[in-house]
Design a protein around this ligand. Sequence first.
Ligand SMILES: *Cc1c(COP(=O)(O)O)cnc(C)c1O
Length: 358
Amino acid sequence: MSRPIQASINLPALTHNLSIVRKHAPNSRIMAVIKADAYGHGLLPATQALRAADGFALLELDAAITLREAGFKQPILLLEGFFSMQELRLFQQFQLNAVIHHSEQISMLLASKERNLGLFIKINTGMNRLGLRPEQYLMGIKKLQENSYANNVTLMTHFACADDSRQKESVLAQINCFKTITQQHNYPISLANSAAIIRYPETHGDWVRPGILLYGASPFTDQTAEDLKLQSVMTLSSKVIAIHDLRAGDRVGYGGFFHASRPMRIGIVACGYADGYPRHAPTGTPVLVNNQPSRLLGRVSMDMLTVDLTHIPNAGINSSVILWGSGVSVDEIANRSNTISYELLSALAPRVERTVAA
Ligand SMILES: *Cc1c(COP(=O)(O)O)cnc(C)c1O
């Protein structure tokens, strides 16, 4: 038998979460963000479950082509655009939309004579990651218009702080900057990621771009996925593969970081950081064993971790362990490990088999 770890992907939950996004932004089209293999959930099954979305956004050209070849007809947006003239030809061949975030891309476009690509022109309104600065945008759009390349243009920006309720000012400043620069043109607009879809309805515009909400996790630290009526999509589970009885004073795992202060029973679980479980998860991080609440003990190692079975006498070899998902929120595991659910989901290792629950 192979290792018992697996990630079960609940496709109806994805479809449900899409309908929650629809409720929040009923007048906008939804560009479902499926980058990084649909945040680790598996590109094709996830996209199939999200087929009611109005478009898809990702960064990987091969994945975009896979979607076209699988028959998806919606707009497909490449969030970093094209990187070369050769790629630009593929955009044309497969009818892909490109984010234009750099003047270099405008030059390539003008050189290509490809006048009908769908362009999402990205404006840097304060995040300082990708995007044309306001004056670059004004020059760029003029050039595109003058040479008849602006036939299918959408204007977009991305927020740096929409998830943080203490940084409302920063979001409002970005909204303001975007409005000021774009109001002279009558192009469709796209601003909102998951956090802004929930917290800033005034940003919904023509296209919203939800990612994490679709996968049933929360973009916020002060509102849970359950509060948002989302259903978890990925459940990471494994099994107990060894059991030990400890005496008071025994220590557990690398570094001997956990000390048993009394006799205990522990289980070794086939899941480690090489599977994508965070090494920074501390003692006390919740897990479910035989559907009963338990906790992590000591250091997570590459292929295994240790859980407390002292209070679960019916647990033994082959008992089921849920690491995150159904009953243990991935946000909580992320939080305990000083990271975010985005990282845990998208960094799930390729060696973990995804099984699809339809
Ligand atoms: C990843 C990404 C999103 C989705 O972000 P979430 O916080 O997961 O909703 C939206 N827009 C852009 C440009 C992105 O890169």
